[in-house]
Design a protein around this ligand. Structure first.
Ligand SMILES: [Zn+2]
Length: 137
């Protein structure tokens, strides 16, 4: 289990909104709770994850353009990945659809598939729920 990164020592960017959000992910067959850093700047969502104690930094960063969609079931969002990370990681989809509807929230990313057996939500759903709760979306 990853501890909460030392916010004091971590150089936050100048994004208008930045906060840590706990997510559950599958790591070597085990469910672990990880704090990820979520930043929102206009319609740009940046998620930094995989905290390294040794580096005192996150190993992964992903950026998405958030587009709100419509769903009769709840709030729908289309997350468009930036071209650079799509190029680095062509196995993944260039964008994800997320539905935020309480316990019925869904996302079509691969992270969700790894954890759905355990009834957990992926980092996208966790982030969007957090931003909605903060009245930012
Ligand atoms: Zn997802």
């Amino acid at each position: 289990m990853t501890g909460r990164p030392a916010v004091q020592g971590f150089a936050m960017t100048a994004a208008p909104f930045a906060d840590f959000v706990p997510v559950t992910r599958c790591h070597k067959g085990q469910l672990v709770v990880e704090e990820i850093l979520v930043e929102l700047d206009g319609d740009l969502l940046r998620i930094r994850s995989d905290w390294s104690e040794r580096k005192q930094d996150f190993r992964r960063a992903a950026e998405y353009r958030v587009e709100a969609g419509d769903s009769p079931l709840g709030r729908a969002f289309h997350l468009h990945r930036d071209a650079e990370s799509v190029g680095r990681d062509p196995d993944h989809e260039p964008s994800y659809w997320c539905l935020i509807a309480g316990d019925r929230s869904e996302c079509d990313c691969k992270g969700k598939k790894a954890t759905e057996l355990h009834g957990r939500e992926c980092k996208h759903v966790a982030c969007l729920k957090h931003l909605i709760a903060e009245n930012l979306l």
